[in-house]
Design a protein around this ligand. Structure first.
Ligand SMILES: [Zn+2]
Length: 331
């Protein structure tokens, strides 16, 4: 006999599945008919993203320029998270776009088995996120050897990639970012509170500066989160590191852009922070460090030159690098 909890869960899944049907239909309708340069055949909504976002296009171009390749295969997102594929130049992705769209648009399938979409989306690969890891291995200084320093290096790299996930979502129309997040093509749903900044009437350069400050604050908050600082304390640490002039003035009692950015970063899945990520480091950390040293581009000095220290000691270095990454991708 079904308990009331399991009945509630089944109903919630049915609602989720029906919502997903609508989102996939909307995305399919918005997808351009014209193929895009460097498009990945079968990657869900790759064409739409290439058309809609210069940042998404830039990531693809940078990845190809550093020798990366995409390989269609059956690759679940949990397997991707658990593997050492991060230090390989090749990215495996599941070409399931046609299956997703058919499931959402076929009149019988979408009515009788919409829950198949919940399974299908676990096969969607976040290629933007994966590409950026590979691009950043070329951009960051080589990792220091040894447990703590290597752990900080890998955590900081993850924080930068998460920052770019946010920047991508912010570069898209809101209706797209939320839907693409629900489908699994991108890893951040966007931040509605940034609309205040868009509508503020500030000169474009000033608004972009505030936006970058917010992204850098989110990057720092992600780093502290992965380093297992107390999540309740992180917004306070971030507000202290980014002075008031980093954000536009807000009405009395409303949180500043920087505080909201820190809270945005703290939405990162707790299971990932506390279990999946530490487990990955235990299993693959040493091998990943060695592989990263081998991946350094020719001509790069093998001596690591920046201390990414755990807190304020390393903050200046981390902030410098997050600025450099945003410039590299966005200008
Ligand atoms: Zn990652």
């Amino acid at each position: 006999m079904k308990t009331s909890d399991s009945i509630q869960q089944t109903l919630a899944e049915k609602r989720q599945a029906r919502a997903l049907v609508r989102l996939v239909r909307d995305l399919a309708r918005s997808t351009p008919t014209q193929p895009q340069k460097h498009e990945l055949h079968g990657q869900p909504f790759d064409r739409l993203l290439l058309k809609a976002s210069p940042l998404y296009r830039r990531s693809r171009e940078l990845f190809i320029a550093c020798g990366g390749t995409h390989m269609p295969s059956l690759h679940s997102s949990p397997r991707s998270l658990a593997s050492l594929s991060l230090v390989s130049r090749d990215i495996e992705y599941s070409p399931i776009e046609a299956e997703l769209i058919w499931t959402a648009t076929d009149p019988i399938e979408s009515r009788t088995r919409p829950d198949r979409l919940l399974d299908l989306r676990t096969w969607v690969t976040g290629v933007f996120h994966e590409q950026n890891h590979r691009v950043l291995w070329n951009l960051l200084p080589p990792p220091r050897r040894g447990g703590e320093a290597l752990r900080r290096h890998l955590h900081f790299a993850e924080s930068l990639v998460v920052m770019l996930d946010m920047a991508l979502a912010d570069s898209l129309p809101r209706a797209f970012s939320e839907a693409l997040y629900q489908v699994g093509s991108i890893y951040d749903p966007g931040a509605p509170w940034l609309d205040d900044l868009r509508k503020s009437g500030l000169p474009a350069r000033r608004a972009q500066r505030y936006h970058w400050n917010a992204l850098q604050a989110a990057c720092e908050a992600t780093f502290l989160n992965l380093e297992l600082f107390d999540p309740a304390q992180i917004p306070g640490h971030i507000t202290n590191m980014f002075p008031a002039e980093c954000a536009p003035p807000t009405a009395r009692g409303r949180p500043s852009l920087i505080t909201r950015a820190a809270r945005r970063a703290l939405r990162l899945d707790r299971l990932f922070v506390e279990q999946t990520n530490p487990e990955w480091l235990r299993k693959h950390g040493t091998k990943a460090g060695k592989a990263l040293l081998k991946l350094q581009p020719p001509g790069r000095a093998k001596t690591p030159d920046l201390d990414l220290g755990r807190d304020l000691d390393g903050f200046a270095s981390r902030n410098l690098l997050s600025e450099r990454v945003l410039s590299y991708y966005c200008t």
